[in-house]
Design a protein. Sequence first.
Length: 263
Amino acid sequence: MLTRKVRRRLSAATLLPLLGLSTACSDAGSPAGTAEAAGRNPVATETRGHAAPLTAAELKAALLTEAEAKGFTITGSDSRAGAAAADGRAAEAGEPTACLVLRRTPSENAPERGESAAAWSTMYLGDGALWPRQTVLTSYPVDTARARMAELRRAVKACGRFHVRNAYGTGSVTTETLPVPALGEEAVRYRMLTRTKLRSGDRGYHYALVTVVRAGGVIASVRTSDALGPFPAEQVKGFAPEPGPDEPMTAVLAEKVSKAAGA
């Protein structure tokens, strides 16, 4: 029988496609750092350095374990060789189009990125947490990873307000840049408030706090998200997730990814 906590988390997961977000926040899946980690060759990775993108198995091994992500419960993880397959239901349009990178970067399902491989995991902070932290690692040739980060930086600066639409409805997104510690070789942090209008007519707000770190050819993102529902606008203005509780976990992830990438 499902516990009340698991039922609440699964209910939250059903809302994520409506927001154009990942659906990987279930309490199922393989624990991070298990099966594929055993087949990794650390010596080969260190010797190779920047020469080639990390594989799906190497990326999955670079995800945090619960022992490393202290205070978090990891509910599932997975990996994939190559980019995500195109899915018409998940296709999203935006205005301006260049701003969509802000939503695609922290998603494990973004066919447009064209990564060599990807790995992701879902974790919750504390026993009563409802909304997850989603960690996504993607690998590229180093020059491509640098270009992806430059694209993201341009979008963070230019996309203070943009609009999106997908199969589930429309959204108006407000973006703000946040300070970020020195992580990896470069890092970006931003916060998005999305005002959603679903095809059903329901309206609400969704917050996402995103930290993105590049180490060599690997781009790692940590996204904290929360759906607020139909809150009065004046109350929403007073709500903004902060990175404080995530800082130690994000720093450990950045260090682990940097070692895996030979950066």
